[in-house]
Design a protein around this ligand. Structure first.
Ligand code: ZN
Length: 73
């Protein structure tokens, strides 16, 4: 799977979006046809993916506990 610069002039596949596609998502036959989408929709998708793929460790309880102890002293 890879995301490529869209070479053909196609409309963005996202419903309600009237932009021309900037990128295409190539799956080499894994989905029926390549998904074409514009820059805005790419950003939208990225934000949704980022919600699912939150890097672990930033909100670690192990890191927070010593701080809380110091503040309560
Ligand atoms: Zn779009």
């Amino acid at each position: 799977m890879q995301i490529e610069r869209c070479t053909k002039v196609t409309k963005c596949d996202f419903i309600g979006c009237n932009n021309l596609a900037d990128y295409s998502f190539s799956t080499k036959g894994l989905i029926k046809r390549e998904l074409a989408f514009c820059e805005d929709c790419l950003k939208g998708m990225y934000q949704e993916i980022a919600k699912l793929q939150v890097p672990k460790g930033t909100n670690s309880h192990f890191k927070l506990r010593p701080k809380i102890k110091k503040e309560t002293k």
